[in-house]
Design a protein around this ligand. Structure first.
Ligand code: ASP
Length: 471
């Protein structure tokens, strides 16, 4: 007999079927045994009665055993029907059970929400945690969101293009994860903090519209709700203005919410736009929570924050009075607003330069950000000079960008969404670990795999590394 998924059982009333899955709950009642069986598609109740040989096997079954069950799909008596519940109107009259695998008693209860279980334990036994209803739903919702984004962007003429994970250390504000090279002693690859340069080079290459569900790695101190690796929806477009990028993203967000989260309400369309200066003045931060009703879990208050200052002074820690060097507020590859380009060229009045840069915020979280980029090599050089790079360093580190921009690169701009954070908010979860299949602890460890881990000396030797003993 062919296996049928549990969600499809209700169309098989009166028929004999074969299901495969887990024992969700087992209830032995002497001459009868009741079960809930579960597969990825749902649950169904099964019952054994009047078959001593089947009952004998049935009484052995424990929660989380994996079984193949044959049975007849019976309609439940009127009084027993559970309205609005999957398979609430049927019951499986079990005729045979085959045990495919036994299971130890789970370390925490899987038929309950695991919110209260210690996170270390949940992450150590993540494969069990993911069996719970809420976690399963989060991961499936994530799949649905990604699928929606892919097909929407495909319809809009975007190409999904992968970019390397073994790349070069770049100045994007955070510390890089390094991968020492075996073949080139003393050299290292860096894992990408984002595909920023590659996506811009894809514009040089002529693809015009790019996106990627990009894994980004940043070796930051793990303050708050951060993960060492996370996923961006990364996009870049040619021949666009700031307005075009905002429109494209706003449309996608509205459609995504409307199609996949019909119960949610977007507070205001078009999304309000708030300048950085106004946000700081009115809300004291640059990710304003503009919800009119903060008690309503279904309210989504999107807004754009625009007109960021391009540069800011780095504070020098030991002398609060002393001013530091100039640094970028978002991205060294950004362009200023058109009216400020001359100031970049001439490096004057730097504090007053506004970037063509935008963040998208939702309910008090920044869920994405991007900018229109410099595509003229001289403007990029000037920007990098303002940031304190010497010409030698610019040529050594950004020679490829300079050359590409001098070889016919169209005007372009883009954005990246923090996808985990968006999914977290849509799913009503308190942190991004709840919407990642295999997350790390707040301290950046994976208690399931046991990483990071000490590796064999031989492996360090091959990489020309010596580990310093802690004193
Ligand atoms: N690469 C940028 C970031 O990761 C986003 C962008 O400017 O497109 O923040």
């Amino acid at each position: 007999m062919e296996r049928i998924m549990i969600k499809d059982l209700s169309v098989k009333k009166g028929e004999e079927v074969l299901i495969k899955g887990w024992v969700d709950v087992a209830r032995d009642q002497g001459k009868m045994a009741f079960f809930d069986f579960r597969d990825v598609s749902g649950k169904v109740q099964g019952v054994v009665f009047g078959k001593p040989d089947v009952l004998e096997v049935a009484k052995e079954l424990r929660s989380e055993w994996v079984v193949a069950v044959t049975g007849k799909v019976n309609e439940r008596p009127e009084k027993m029907i559970k309205e609005g519940v999957l398979n609430g109107d049927i019951e499986l009259e079990i005729t045979a059970i085959e045990v495919l695998n036994k299971a130890e008693t789970p370390v925490f209860e899987l038929d309950k929400d695991t919110r209260e279980v210690g996170e270390e334990t949940r992450l150590k036994y993540r494969y069990l945690d993911l069996r719970t209803e809420r976690m399963k739903n989060n991961i499936i919702a994530r799949h649905a969101i990604i699928k929606y984004i892919r097909s929407h962007l495909d319809e809009q003429g975007f190409f999904e293009i992968e970019t390397p994970l073994l790349t070069k250390s770049t100045p994007e504000g955070a510390r890089d994860y390094l991968v020492p090279s075996r073949l080139y002693p003393g050299h290292s690859y860096a894992l990408p903090q984002s595909p920023q340069q590659y996506k811009q080079l894809l514009m040089s290459a002529g693809f015009e519209k790019y996106f990627q569900l990009a894994r980004c790695m940043r070796d930051e101190d793990l303050r708050g709700d951060r993960q060492p690796e996370f996923t961006q929806l990364d996009m870049e477009m040619s021949f666009v203005t700031e307005e075009d990028v905002l429109q494209t993203n706003e449309e996608l967000l509205i459609k995504l919410v409307t199609e996949l989260y019909p119960d949610k309400k977007i507070q205001e369309i078009p999304f309000p736009r708030i300048t950085y200066a106004d946000a700081m003045e009115k809300y004291g931060n640059d990710r304003p929570d503009i919800r009119e009703d903060k008690e309503d879990p279904n309210l989504l208050a999107f807004c754009w924050v625009v007109d960021f200052p391009f540069f800011e002074k780095t504070a020098e820690s030991d002398d609060p009075q002393a001013e530091g060097e100039w640094t970028f507020t978002h991205n060294p590859f950004s362009l200023s607003k058109p009216e400020d380009i001359e100031k970049i060229r001439t490096k004057t009045d730097i504090a007053s330069i506004t970037a063509s840069q935008y963040d998208i915020c939702l309910n008090g979280y920044e869920i994405g950000g991007g900018s229109i980029r410099a595509h003229d090599p001289e403007i990029l050089r000037s920007t990098l000079q303002i940031l304190g790079h010497s010409d030698d360093k610019i040529d050594a580190n950004f020679g490829h960008m300079m050359h590409a921009f001098g070889s016919g690169t169209p005007p372009h701009g883009g954005i990246a969404w923090g996808l985990d954070r968006l999914i977290m908010i849509l799913q009503g979860e308190p942190n991004i670990r709840e919407v990642m299949a295999f997350a790390k602890t707040r301290e950046g460890r994976d208690p399931m795999m046991g990483s990071p881990s000490v590796v064999d000396k031989k492996q360090y030797d091959e990489l020309h590394l010596e580990v310093k003993k802690k004193k």
